[in-house]
Design a protein around this ligand. Structure first.
Ligand code: ZN
Length: 198
């Protein structure tokens, strides 16, 4: 039985996505053994993130500046907009460095099961960006899950009346595949082979 302090830390870490109680305890042990070499840097990084991270009012990305570095980058193509479910998807696509346009984060996906309705997602702000004009192409980069595809269809319908080309990531995305977990090659292939929504 570990001390209360260690249990508290392990319990906090176990709430992180992808970390169960076992790996959380392993992480705590790792930190205890390296409390002089690794802990200060981790504490500093956590404090900085806690103080500095904000959501971009334009696209929903999380960054230390608002507008975020992507929205503020003048080298980015303002004519293409890539719509993603979550910030993790934006980061995954951006790591692949193939999309040179800008992004829009929905903040989730439509789900009857979880009671997520269109008004719960950043759809109004997406339509507002499109209505402002200057966007030629919208890439719907939803996950290849049932809910992701439902969301893409819904968006395609809402965007129909606007003079924009609407494309979607190509199949080749594994069924049930979540963008954040794909390797960059697969992601790049899906983006290159994007096709019109129809
Ligand atoms: Zn932004």
């Amino acid at each position: 039985m570990a001390s209360q302090e260690i249990e508290t830390l392990a319990a906090a870490l176990a709430r992180l996505p992808g970390l169960g109680p076992r790996s959380a305890r392993r992480a705590v042990l790792w930190l205890v053994k390296r409390r002089e070499s690794a802990l200060p840097a981790l504490l500093e990084a956590l404090a900085t993130v806690g103080e500095a991270l904000i959501e971009c009012d334009t696209c929903g990305n999380v960054d230390t500046a608002n507008p975020c570095a992507i929205c503020a980058d003048p080298r980015r193509d303002t004519k293409s907009l890539c719509v993603v479910e979550d910030v993790a998807d934006l980061w995954a696509l951006d790591r692949a460095k193939l999309f040179t346009g800008k992004y829009h984060v929905l903040g989730g996906k439509l789900s009857a099961l979880d009671g997520v309705r269109p008004e719960d997602l950043n759809i109004a702000s997406l339509l507002a960006r499109v209505e402002e004009g200057g966007i030629d192409e919208i890439v719907l980069a939803m996950n290849a899950t049932l809910e992701g595809q439902t969301t893409a269809h819904y968006l395609a319908e809402r965007l129909e009346e606007h003079p924009v080309r609407i494309t979607q990531l190509a199949h080749g995305l594994p069924v049930g595949g979540e963008l954040d977990y794909l390797d960059e090659g697969t992601l790049a292939q899906a983006l290159r082979a994007r096709r019109p929504v129809g």
